[in-house]
Design a protein around this ligand. Structure first.
Ligand SMILES: [Zn+2]
Ligand SMILES: [Zn+2]
Length: 239
């Protein structure tokens, strides 16, 4: 559970800074209730927050600057639901652990960004300030392990889908290289065939153009069906 009492204190301070007197309150939401689909609820997602994690099974500790937090807010009742998305321990992959945020460096900035969004979405104010960075100056390196990320599971993570195997040159990487090499070979073959045809007899200019277009279309068709089958194999490999 989050330290909601402290979160609310900071939220109150951040709201007061912009002279907002409505008594907004923050509550933690642990279920995915799709509040944004209900009338009057607005959603704000904070990506890339820094937090620490402790595995409750094996005690392994880690930190991440790719934590996602989702807020749902409703102006009519001045209520904000907060849902934090956990991560699984890489060593035992047991369950999603809840992130632990530093109150002053992370939570204050996250809630400051939330206040910006409330002013914009609930009060229709023109906001020129950009949301503040909440990664504590940490830069995430290496691939994002989607199976360990709860936000990925719920399709709210902003980390792009790049298969890690692409970067490591494993089976999938091999497929992509195969694709590149095959396309290059097809283009070369097409050019050679075209050249042979041109050098075998002397056609009219129109004939030459027609044949080149036909050959080009055939080569493009080959490339297209090859790309399609490779992408299908690729997606199948990911699934
Ligand atoms: Zn563990
Ligand atoms: Zn993710």
């Amino acid at each position: 559970m989050l330290e909601l009492y402290r979160w609310n204190n900071i939220f109150f301070e951040e709201i007061r800074k912009v002279h907002q007197t409505d008594g907004w309150i923050l509550e933690q939401e642990e279920q995915d209730l799709k509040w944004h689909q209900k009338i009057g609820w607005k959603s704000y997602i904070q990506h890339g927050a820094f937090a620490r994690f402790d595995c409750s099974s094996c005690g392994h500790k880690w930190s991440s600057a790719r934590v996602t937090i989702q807020f749902y807010m409703k102006k009519a009742i001045h209520e904000v639901k907060v849902r934090v998305f956990g991560q699984k321990c890489r060593k035992c992959c047991d369950q999603f652990e809840e992130p632990k945020f530093d109150l002053e460096t992370s939570v204050r900035r996250i809630l400051g960004n939330l206040v910006l969004s409330i002013r914009k979405q609930c009060y229709g104010q023109q906001i020129y300030n950009k949301p503040r960075s909440v990664n504590n100056g940490q830069h995430t390196e290496g691939p994002h392990e989607r199976k360990l990320c709860e936000a990925c599971k719920h399709h709210v993570c902003n980390v792009p889908v790049v298969p890690t195997s692409l970067l490591r040159g494993t089976e999938t990487g091999g497929t992509v290289w195969g694709l590149i090499v095959s396309i290059s070979l097809l283009v070369i073959m097409g050019t050679v065939l075209c050249y042979q045809w041109v050098s075998s007899r002397e056609p009219t200019r129109d004939e030459l153009l027609q044949q080149c277009a036909k050959g080009g279309r055939r080569v493009l068709g080959e490339i297209y069906s090859w790309v399609r089958s490779t992408i299908n194999a690729f997606l199948h490999h990911l699934a």
